[in-house]
Design a protein around this ligand. Structure first.
Ligand code: ADP
Ligand code: MG
Length: 463
């Protein structure tokens, strides 16, 4: 008797279906223990034989699992009908459990070198589930269960800044790596992907770039909105995407906007991005915010009382990242003064920066920004909103776009609408100001003055 690959495959599929029907972890590991008494399997016509290492275990498995395993096997066999028998065979060479030669026993570890490392703290265990993210989380877990297969390729997760997209994406990578260290898992941001492309291009080695990204088993591309920067990189990614997908390699992407709202992404890429599973992460509810804070607080050396966590969850609503900042600040205070009881006033004072930011951000609206900038640069509102291309009008127009984008939680479509421009024009304007701010002290000073009118500082910028 030999245990051929097809029998083994059928068996593995049936077993995993069976295990997936057991909700309780304890029961699942018990069943796994019992099933490990099986040493080989064989399928002949419609008869499936399971061999065990002792007569007792054959009887035991038959009595307890025969019916359910038969059903699961029938689900995966082409004919849908199967006879199942359990046998003890002394001489059977246990091929499933066949001892692997020592040198092979160590799991193969992938030699693929990812451009950016995975953050090991971003795991599923550390990710708090809530109504704002439960679908995205479920989709991420489905990818882990069946990478490269089914309707989850690609998985595209979108949503605002600081809401957990990167965390979830890396949790997929960490979990897949744990399950199979031989997988070539590649995590990187689209910005880094673009940088690398440019470097390979400089070295006249585009084939090397191509080969690298087409050899991965799992590609985790974070913040794909950066692909909007170039046409060539989109072409390159389009081909890589298709090659990976054709080979059933898993692709996961994140972005701040849904594919169809990414203004400068080519249509054929948009339809590829939408061709798998699209999930949004939304702003978390109070309960989810509190649960996330509790989870983060568990990891701290100092114990942060519940009333403080409740205070933070209540006051900081937009970003999980800002909540973490506030928690960090309180924990530093509490480790210096462990016995202190903090009143609401004291917390207001201590977390003033975070709370202030949250409140003013909500107050700022785009009309006010436009008016303040127009006034500062002595242009009219009509000019600011016009298509006029003279520099004295372009600068204030783009600066107002920059403030709207970086200091308010308004979405790109909302901003585009208020400026009566396309998304692409807004992105271009914002980027232009970003570059100029690095080198033009005057412009930076004007920005600081305008922000000050609203009670903002340069450092209040949202990222
Ligand atoms: P994004 O990529 O969407 O901008 P990140 O994944 O970087 O956001 O998340 C920002 C921070 O918030 C990270 O430290 C992350 O661990 C944390 N975070 C966000 N959502 C959750 C969640 N549901 N559970 C636990 N931590 C979260
Ligand atoms: Mg991110």
């Amino acid at each position: 008797m030999t245990t051929d690959n097809t029998s083994n495959e059928l068996w593995e599929k049936a077993k995993s279906i069976y295990l997936s029907t057991i909700g309780n972890d304890e029961e699942k590991s018990q069943v796994e223990r019992y099933l490990s008494m099986i040493v080989s399997v064989e399928c002949n016509n419609d008869c499936f034989s399971i061999y065990t290492s002792s007569a007792f275990s054959a009887e035991f498995l038959k009595a307890n699992y025969s019916e359910r395993l038969k059903k699961c096997l029938e689900l995966v066999t082409p004919t849908g009908k199967i006879d199942l028998e359990f046998k003890f065979r002394e001489s059977s060479i246990p091929s499933i459990m066949k001892p692997i030669p020592k040198a092979e026993r160590r799991p193969k570890v992938s030699t693929f070198v990812s451009t950016m490392p995975l953050n090991e703290e971003y795991t599923f265990d550390e990710f708090v589930r809530g109504p704002s993210n439960s679908f995205a989380l479920a989709a991420a877990q489905a990818v882990v269960a069946n990478p490269g297969r089914g309707g989850f390729n690609p998985l595209f997760i979108h949503g605002g800044t600081g809401l957990g997209k990167t965390h979830l994406m890396q949790a997929i990578g960490n979990e897949l790596r744990k399950r199979d260290p031989s997988l070539a898992i590649c995590y990187l941001t689209a910005e880094e992907y673009l940088n690398e492309y440019v470097n390979y291009m400089k070295d006249q080695n585009i084939p090397g770039f191509r080969a690298k990204y087409r050899s991965v088993d799992v590609l985790l591309l974070d913040d794909v909105q950066f692909l909007q920067k170039g046409k060539q990189i989109q072409e390159e990614f389009f081909n890589t995407f298709n090659a990976l997908k054709d080979n059933r390699k898993q692709i996961v992407m994140t972005s701040d906007l849904a594919p169809k709202n990414l203004p400068s992404i080519e249509q054929r890429l948009v339809s590829r991005f939408e061709g798998g599973m699209l999930q949004e992460i939304e702003t978390p509810s109070y309960e989810t915010r509190l649960a996330i804070l509790k989870k983060k607080a568990e990891g701290l050396e100092v114990s942060v009382p519940d009333y403080v966590l409740e205070f933070i969850a209540d006051k900081i609503k937009s970003h999980v990242r800002a909540m973490e900042g506030a928690l960090g600040k309180v924990s530093v205070y509490l480790s210096a003064y462990p016995a202190s009881v903090l009143s609401n006033e004291a917390l207001d004072h201590l977390l003033g920066d975070f709370i202030q930011k949250e409140q003013t951000m909500k107050k700022l609206n785009i009309d006010e920004i436009q008016e303040a900038v127009a006034k500062k640069f002595s242009v009219t509102m009509e000019q600011l909103l016009s298509p006029e291309r003279t520099q004295s009008v372009v600068t204030p127009r783009q600066l107002a776009m920059y403030i709207a984008r970086k200091f308010t939680p308004k979405s790109l479509p909302e901003i585009a609408k208020q400026f009566e421009k396309t998304h692409a024009t807004i992105i271009h304007g914002v980027r232009n100001i970003e570059k100029r701010l690095d080198v033009e002290a005057d412009l930076k000073a004007s920005l600081a003055e305008i922000l000050a009118e609203f009670g903002y500082k340069l450092s209040d910028r949202m990222d």
